[in-house]
Design a protein around this ligand. Structure first.
Ligand code: ADP
Ligand code: MG
Length: 364
């Protein structure tokens, strides 16, 4: 058991009005890990961070840091520092005094405070901004001051609540990179909350996916992308979103499994484990559908897709198509010949995922 490992044991939070914002969360954040918590707005991300920081008290369950239960500890005794989505800088204080605030509260001397702030300000390249008030700073600069306040305070655990969502796309990408470098340098256990799937994927060692107060899945970006626990997780990640086809798996008289759902019966090759017979939802990412050229067409392997629109990405094309009721997106090589409005699609069967259409659970 290491010093700054966090464990949530059946953590629940019901607000006074009866709303259950966190429902029985179990999660371990390893010492020094960067874990992203992602989910749609209102799923309980901020409540989770506030509960960890001690700004809300849980209704039931335990929070452990290292091997100690910390439920009863005051926020200031939790060794946690938080950056809030709106930065929460004091408007009447200079950037320097904002950064010094937590240190003053801990009774540090002027000289000590200076020693904490100076290297952090230098690291974040905000030395020239220290005398300014928040309203004299740009969004990106406020963000750096809020980060500087966290680093100067030097807590063992970093809680970051959508710190990048107020920045423009270009700055956000740059800050993602910088946060990763900072994490390497400082090595703090970090919970980073976001509603943005790309941010969650690029930043997290692991990702915890939340929905309506529940944890749907925790895993590495690779696991989340290739082995999503259910349709919600599958649908949350990837651009374009994963293709989902409602259909039916059957077996022919010669014991060949086939999938019906794209207007034709597709033979499921023997190399892949056969899915159970019955109604199933097939999931496949856009990059795992090939455009078949006429010379290689085999019956029972291809289906016709009707092109609706094409996104030109410069290095590839995303072809958005329809096949009956199903909307299918295909990521194609840039120079794939598209002679008319119909293309022949073919699945990379080893990448096909199967879901129970009733429960949404993935069938392994
Ligand atoms: P997120 O950060 O994921 O957008 P929040 O944690 O802020 O979500 O909120 C989760 C849910 O809890 C929301 O439905 C929100 O309206 C509700 N909520 C948040 N704070 C309170 C409160 N003090 N009293 C009642 N409901 C709240
Ligand atoms: Mg929030």
């Amino acid at each position: 058991m290491t010093m700054a490992e966090i464990q949530l044991r059946n953590l629940s939070k019901t607000f006074d009005n009866g709303f259950r914002a966190l429902d029985n969360l179990c999660l371990t954040v390893r010492d020094g890990e960067f874990l992203t918590v992602v989910g749609p707005s209102g799923c309980g991300k901020t409540t989770l961070l506030r509960t960890l920081a001690g700004l809300e008290s849980p209704t039931s369950g335990e929070i452990l840091v290292g091997d100690k239960v910390i439920n009863h500890l005051e926020p200031k005794d939790r060794k946690m520092g938080m950056v809030f989505q709106n930065y929460a800088l004091f408007p009447h204080l200079s950037a320097y005094d904002n950064m010094a605030f937590g240190l003053k509260a801990r009774k540090k001397t002027k000289a000590e405070i200076q020693r904490f702030i100076q290297p952090v300000a230098q690291r974040l390249e905000i030395q020239h901004l220290l005398e300014r008030k928040p309203n004299q700073l740009s969004g990106g600069q406020r963000q750096r001051v809020a980060l500087g306040r966290l680093l100067a305070k030097n807590p063992s655990i970093h809680l970051l609540d959508e710190p990048l969502s107020n920045l423009d796309a270009h700055l956000r990408a740059a800050m993602r990179r910088e946060l990763k470098i900072l994490h390497k340098e400082y090595g703090k256990t970090t919970l980073f909350v976001t509603h943005d799937q790309t941010e969650a994927m690029t930043l997290g060692h692991r990702i915890c996916v939340m929905k309506e107060g529940h944890i749907e899945q925790t895993g590495t970006p690779h696991e989340i992308y290739h082995e999503p626990a259910n349709l919600f997780v599958a649908g949350f990640f990837g651009s374009p979103p994963i293709n989902l086809v409602a259909g039916k798996v059957g077996k022919s008289s010669n014991n060949q499994s086939y999938f019906e759902g794209l207007g034709t019966a597709l033979a499921i090759p023997d190399e892949v484990p056969p899915p159970p017979v019955g109604n199933l939802t097939l999931g496949i990412h856009a990059e795992d559908i090939e455009v078949a050229t006429n010379t290689e067409v085999e019956t029972g392997q291809v289906f016709e897709l009707c092109i609706e629109t094409i996104d030109d990405l410069g290095e590839a094309k995303i072809i958005h198509t329809k096949c009956g009721e199903a909307k299918i997106s295909v990521r194609a090589e840039y120079h794939t010949p598209l002679k008319d409005n119909i293309i022949q699609g073919r699945f990379n069967w080893t990448k096909v995922l199967w879901f129970n259409p009733q429960t949404g659970e993935r069938i392994p």
